[in-house]
Design a protein around this ligand. Structure first.
Ligand code: ATP
Length: 513
């Protein structure tokens, strides 16, 4: 199965098992907007809890808030979003399709880099164990040529972005002979800037109503509350404020399922620090965040850091954690060293001081900020695409399984009476009543037991407990592990202890530090 087929299967699996539905589907959906179904809502909540606890519960100097989506419109002037939250767009005159000019160029660069990787892969197969990849990359003329070409384009593109030269961005597209994937032509319009914020009116129209925006990021809710939290929480620098919540962007090109949505959820943390300590804290958060991703147990090779090509003028450093989605490596999370830019902007637009008195050095200053920012929906997609497996079993049959980290699974335990009679369903209910205080438990009596196991595998349920005739005699049940498919007999009164070992979120949190 190639990656494209895999991605299609993941999308249809998500719908078939109640993870993700197109929004307002009975009206044919709404572009780049999705609803989470009964399984998706649980998985999303578990991912959010994992992030929240790793930030707020695991760090005594990080607290969480929940700011409103609507904010005073000046917020977005101060943050720069009204003037500069733009994407460069370009249209193909033949297909009438609209693209992000930066994405067209970045995809082209990625294709050239992939060619270099392919050369390396071919050589690695040819030379076997004696192959020295590093040396080959440094010396093979063809690889060097590809990498040089990619670097040259990158440099030219970076310069154009820095100088805001939209003509030059267009010229790069022309020079690289990039064609529209739909029409196949190079008949491009000019490049224009397009603001991504959604706006609406507050108050009734007859009143003195003003334009307000749906927040395009959650971070500003944290910045404007910096002093409120610092003072009421008696927070001492360094400290962080975390928040999760909806954000809205009128994305030009909305593709790739829940990767790029117009309404999505962010999980952001701003860490306030003393100026001069930003390199240390930037590296600290890079390390903590990659560990957090890797705690979920997926292969480390699926994640990589990517330094930003274009740094905002105030930024000291910025990188993305990229994930190898079925459509290639793409941004999953951003880590940004933002200096005192945001707080200073809010100081100047609000006329209020946003400073901190540091008792250790006897000085007041506007703190610097390190930000970690991840999209919950993108995280969901990364986890889903890594967990989804179509397995060939030893007996020749196949199964689709979601090998989610146990602690994140939507349903933790299924209690299944072997037959739907002789008191077994009642016994199953007794077991459900013991476990439901701790876990989402499902019970099902219909269909052969094998079929019921398969349904539970498909939604990623870690354990199936089967109630059989022996249960009625000796108060034991069988527990089947989703991944090994091995079964063990366990006493009913020992179930809670048995399950806690595997299902607690602390199994993941312990790996994050
Ligand atoms: P991109 O370059 O992909 O548009 P970005 O650099 O604009 O993303 P940020 O503003 O840094 O993204 O937002 C932080 C995180 O929010 C991203 O890493 C991503 O996970 C998530 N995110 C941003 N835009 C979207 C979107 N349209 N749909 C889903 N998630 C998003």
């Amino acid at each position: 199965m190639n990656q494209e087929e895999l991605f299609k299967n993941i999308i249809s699996h998500s719908k078939e098992y109640g993870f993700i539905f197109p929004s307002s589907e009975i009206y044919d959906g709404l572009s780049a907007v999705y609803d989470y179904g009964q399984m998706g809502a649980e998985l999303k909540k578990n991912l959010r809890d994992f992030w929240w606890k790793s930030m707020v519960q695991m760090h005594q100097n990080i607290v969480g808030i929940d700011a409103a989506i609507f904010m005073h419109p000046t917020t977005w002037k101060a943050s720069g979003h009204v003037d500069a939250f733009n994407d460069p767009l370009i249209d193909n005159k033949d297909s009438k399709k609209r693209y992000r000019a930066d994405v067209l160029i970045e995809d082209h660069i990625a294709k050239i880099q992939a060619k270099a990787d392919k050369e390396v892969e071919k050589a690695s197969k040819k030379f076997g164990e004696t192959f020295d990849e590093k040396l080959y990359r440094q010396t093979n003329p063809r690889v060097l040529e590809y990498l040089k070409k990619a670097e040259e384009i990158e440099a030219r593109f970076k310069l154009a972005l820095e100088n805001n030269q939209l003509d030059e961005v267009r010229q790069i597209i022309i020079d690289l002979e990039i064609v529209c994937p739909i029409s196949g032509t190079k008949n491009w319009t000019e490049v224009r800037q397009f603001n991504l914020m959604f706006s609406t009116q507050m108050g009734s129209v007859s009143e003195d109503s003003g334009t307000i925006y749906l927040r395009p990021e959650t971070a500003q809710g944290i910045f404007v509350n910096f002093l409120n939290v610092q003072k009421t929480g008696r927070m001492k620098i360094p400290f962080g404020i975390a928040q999760t919540g909806k954000a809205f962007r009128n994305e030009i090109v909305a593709r790739q399922f829940i990767f790029r949505m117009r309404e999505f959820e962010q999980m952001e943390m701003q860490f306030f620090i003393r100026p001069g300590t930003e390199t240390e804290w930037y590296n600290y958060w890079k390390n903590i965040r990659i560990k957090w991703h890797q705690a979920m147990g997926f292969p480390e090779s699926k994640y990589r850091f990517h330094d930003h090509l274009k740094l905002a003028h105030y930024a000291k450093a910025a990188c993305d954690i990229e994930f190898d989605f079925p459509f290639g490596f793409k941004e999953l999370e951003g880590i940004h060293s933002r200096s005192d830019f945001d707080l200073k902007q809010h100081e100047s637009f609000s006329g209020k001081k946003l400073q901190y008195f540091d008792p250790e050095i006897n000085e007041s200053y506007v703190p610097y900020v390190i930000e970690t920012s991840i999209g919950l929906d993108r995280l969901f997609l990364s986890v889903l695409s890594q967990a989804y497996k179509e397995e060939q079993l030893e007996d020749g049959s196949t199964r689709t399984v979601l090998s989610l980290p146990f602690a994140l699974a939507p349903i933790k335990v299924a209690v299944l009476p072997l037959v739907n009679k002789d008191g077994l369903p009642e016994k199953a209910e007794e077991v459900v009543n013991i476990l439901k205080y701790d876990y989402n438990v499902s019970t099902e009596a219909k269909d052969a037991i094998g079929k019921r196991y398969r349904r539970m595998d498909a939604i990623g349920t870690p354990f199936c407990i089967t109630i059989d005739y022996d249960t009625m005699e000796n108060q034991t049940v069988t527990i089947r592990n989703r991944d090994t498919m091995q079964q063990e007999r366990v006493l009913i009164h020992e179930l809670k202890t048995y399950l806690a070992r595997y299902l607690s979120l602390s199994t993941l949190l312990e790996k994050c530090i």
